[in-house]
Structures are given as structure tokens and as C-alpha cells.
Ligand binder design. Structure first.
Ligand code: SF4
Length: 161
């Protein structure tokens, strides 16, 4: 059950900046999600937005990149951008730990933020089971990561903390 008028304790929610409409995506498109839970969390001031790739020093727009079978992250032209992605993940983790974050909402399919599906590394739009590098790092540190289609589950998780 949603308790919109009952803020979930002191906990903030880490959220992919692109989901709040910030122009940080690789293609510079706006990808804002509209949902009453997002509105409620914004009103409560508990959303903390971050874009791991921008934190890692990458520009907007930037070439699309995908996780390769060897774990590296490359653009379609073959540029290895693993260091930027790793740096972004580490900065995001630091931000999360500094803010006592227990739960995150990250954008599905992204090589940084995906939490159950990512592209297969061949740039042919084929999805496979997997998670982005930031999601992996946050989960290794005990932070629960949901995607943008699981907002009710996020509220339930917060309610139970
Ligand atoms: S890295 Fe994450 S927050 Fe940044 S644009 Fe990609 S999906 Fe959105």
C-alpha cells in the first residue's frame, strides 16, 4: 500500500538523472518519466539524481556504448570507454554512501544503469539478461536497485525499511 503522506523515514532515493528529464542521455534526448510516485518523492525532496556516465567525464551527446563479452565497454567504433564508466560508477557509489542511500531507481537497458537487461555488445539492438556497471557496483554494496517500471516496489521497499 502506498503511504504518500508518510515520508519513508530519512532515506533518499538515488535516481538516474535522465528519468527526471535531465539532458544527460548519450543521444541528448529527454526521457522523463511521469508518475505520481515520482511527483510525491519530488515534493518530499527525497530524490537524489545522478548520471554515472556524466560523472565519469563523458559528454552529452556521446557515442552509444555497450558492454562487451569480455566485460570491457566500447563504442561501436571500438573506442574503449571502460575507464569513464568505472569512474562514473565509483563516483555514484560514493554519492550513495555519503547520503545513506538504500535504494536506487536506475534506467533499464543502459550499460551503466540497467538492472535486468542490457544490450548484447554487438550494437544490433538485441537485449540480454545483465546489469550495467553502476548497478553492479551499487548492488555489491547492498543497495537495492530497481528500474523505472518498478516504482510501486520501490515505495513498498522503503515502507519496509
Ligand atoms: S548513464 Fe544512467 S543516468 Fe546517465 S543517461 Fe545513461 S541511463 Fe541515464
Amino acid at each position: 500500500m502506498h503511504r504518500l503522506n508518510n515520508p519513508p523515514g530519512p532515506y533518499k532515493i538515488l535516481i538516474s538523472a535522465c528519468l527526471l528529464g535531465e539532458r544527460v542521455r548519450y543521444d541528448a534526448k529527454i526521457n522523463k518519466i511521469e508518475d505520481k510516485l515520482i511527483d510525491s518523492w519530488l515534493q518530499q525532496g527525497i530524490l537524489l539524481s545522478v548520471c554515472p556516465e556524466v560523472c565519469g567525464g563523458l559528454a552529452t551527446p556521446r557515442p552509444a556504448a555497450e558492454i562487451q563479452s569480455d566485460g570491457s565497454i566500447k563504442t561501436q567504433a571500438g573506442q574503449d570507454v571502460s575507464n569513464a564508466f568505472t569512474t562514473g560508477a565509483e563516483k555514484t557509489l560514493r554519492l550513495a554512501l555519503e547520503n545513506n542511500i538504500k535504494v536506487a531507481i536506475l534506467t533499464e537497458k543502459s550499460p551503466s544503469c540497467g538492472s535486468s537487461q542490457i544490450y548484447n555488445g554487438n550494437f544490433d539492438r538485441t537485449l540480454i539478461s545483465g546489469q550495467g556497471v553502476t548497478t553492479q557496483l551499487l548492488r555489491r554494496h547492498g543497495i537495492k536497485v530497481f528500474n523505472q517500471f518498478q516504482l510501486a516496489q520501490v515505495q513498498n521497499y522503503l515502507d519496509d525499511l
